[in-house]
Design a binder for this molecule. Structure first.
Ligand code: SAH
Ligand code: SF4
Ligand code: F3S
Length: 470
């Protein structure tokens, strides 16, 4: 049993880590043939991609996918800690699973992902959630086959959560949800320690994958017919800093762009270490999509300082305009938090004026959620909930108006769209443009999923565009 604690999780040092190649224990291969699994995923793309690895590990054990958690022999919750409501959702699901287990005594229930890294959550599992068979940390994914096997064989609760990152595992299997769009991890962890954020504690130190491993994975995806790769990391801009003296995200993007892959995306970029080289490379290569997610969090330099974001309103705007001026037809999206402790009406109005200047193509807006163990949790939370809710509403009105305005400017234009499927509700094809806009469209001829087609935009909506493929 390994239990997590934040004191160790907070540690950052230059300790060497090994690159280890995963191999499943031969005795476990197909041992659970005939059993069914179900995974419920919360949180970010990183978690979605981890679930693709979890699915593959389970399939190596012989499990197959159930159509609902009600029909599964094993249910795994891949959890997220970022805000309180992500927590509440996972606990709500655990409540339903508790009932299900009263009828299905042999049901195996596992909790993994970021909540597994929280000592308070693990304590609850040990005391009040005895029906949870195992808890597995984000640094322990490679142990999943053995932990499941022990849970079934021994019927004692397994807790395997390392507080700190261990070795970097390569060669973990993956069952990708999409046959034409793929996530590729390039860096794990985060060293930024924004004062409100729990991620540096749940995901550990920044560790880059070796460039050879990433480039090989992309070659394999190209061979398998993939059309789009999204490079993933909590802060992709830190790529390479821990591994190389002179090779960073700009270089990696350039090496990937020279390959025969039609679409490259990357996320998330912290504004602090966004280099000129990166901007130049995105502008230069047509297969690097002109769509940048650049979280600002607040438009007030005072609040940004309290958040530990390492940039000011002015330096963010300078970077924003450099990106807009250098990359043709670029779309920029952002994340914003309202109601950070101490945020005044004036601070909030600065966020509104920044949004008016940036006119984002998309924005994810949140009310500050206090996370145990983070520095912001100790600040006096003096903005009332009704004030926070009111600010969120006002902010959403402003951001939404720009989504529509930007979309309107695309009416009559022709955009390249990667066909994702046919939406049942609208009976139209749908897909995303290069600038990451959702397009619903009709077509005179039959189209294949994964194809890239030209679509003429006929009507703009707030969150999507309608079009027609000739
Ligand atoms: N690594 C990314 C963000 C990952 S978390 C970055 O720094 O840009 C995604 C978003 O969740 C953040 O950008 C932030 O807007 C929001 N978020 C993180 N912690 C939060 C908290 N405690 N309360 C509310 N929103 C939060
Ligand atoms: Fe969290 Fe900041 Fe790291 Fe993003 S950069 S994951 S917000 S600590
Ligand atoms: Fe959530 Fe962990 Fe991602 S906290 S946002 S699942 S890194």
């Amino acid at each position: 049993m390994h239990l997590p604690n934040y004191k160790d999780a907070r540690t950052r040092d230059k300790r060497e880590y090994k690159r280890v190649f995963f191999q499943i224990d031969n005795k476990l291969k197909n041992k659970y043939k005939g059993k069914k699994y179900f995974i419920k995923t919360y949180g970010c793309q990183m978690n979605e991609h981890d679930s693709e690895t979890i699915a593959a590990l389970l399939e190596e054990l012989g499990f197959t996918l159930a159509d609902s958690y009600l029909n599964a022999d094993l249910v795994l919750l891949n959890t997220c800690s970022i805000r309180e409501n992500a927590h509440n959702k996972a606990f709500g699901m655990l409540g339903r699973l508790k009932h299900l287990k009263q009828e299905k005594k042999n049901l195996i229930i596992g909790v993994c992902g970021c909540m597994a890294q929280e000592a308070t959550v693990v304590d609850e599992m040990l005391k009040d959630y005895k029906f949870v068979n195992f808890v597995l940390g984000t640094h322990n994914l490679y142990q999943l086959p053995n932990v499941i096997d022990e849970s079934i064989e021994k019927n004692v609760q397994q807790i395997e959560v390392f507080s700190r990152e261990g070795d970097l595992y390569e060669g973990l299997p993956v069952v990708r949800v999409s046959p034409f769009k793929a996530y590729v991890n390039i860096i794990y962890g985060c060293n930024k320690f924004c004062t409100y954020c729990i991620v540096p504690y749940t995901r550990g130190r920044e560790r880059s994958r070796a460039k050879e491993d990433i480039l090989r994975e992309i070659d394999d995806l190209i061979t398998d017919g993939y059309k789009e790769v999204t490079l993933l990391g909590q802060n992709v801009n830190a790529y390479g800093k821990d591994l190389y003296d002179d090779y960073n995200l700009g270089d990696l993007l350039e090496d990937i762009a020279k390959k025969d892959i039609p679409r490259i995306r990357f996320m998330t970029s912290h504004p602090w270490d966004f280099t000129d080289k990166m901007i130049e490379v995105v502008a230069k290569y047509p297969n690097i999509m002109p769509s940048i997610h650049l979280p600002v969090q607040s438009g007030s330099s005072r609040i940004l300082k309290l958040m530990g974001r390492r940039y000011s309103r002015e330096s963010y705007l300078e970077l924003f305009h450099k990106i807009k001026d250098t990359i043709p037809h670029v779309s920029v999206s952002t994340d914003i938090i309202v109601g950070f402790p101490g945020e005044t009406e004036d601070d909030f109005l600065q966020t509104i004026s920044l949004v008016e200047e940036c006119q984002y193509d998309n924005a994810f807006t949140f009310i500050f959620s206090s996370r145990d163990g983070t520095p912001a949790c100790k600040l006096e939370d003096n903005v009332s909930l009704s004030e926070k809710e009111e600010r969120l509403q006002r902010l959403n009105q402003v951001v939404n108006s720009y989504f529509l305005k930007n979309n309107k400017a695309l009416e009559g234009k022709c955009l390249k769209v990667l066909v994702e499927g046919v939406s049942e509700k609208k009976n139209m094809y749908y897909g995303y443009s290069e600038s990451n806009k959702l397009i619903n469209f009709t077509s005179a001829k039959d189209l294949k999923v994964g194809e890239i087609v030209e679509v003429e935009i006929t009507a703009a909506k707030t969150w999507s565009l309608d079009g027609n493929c000739k």
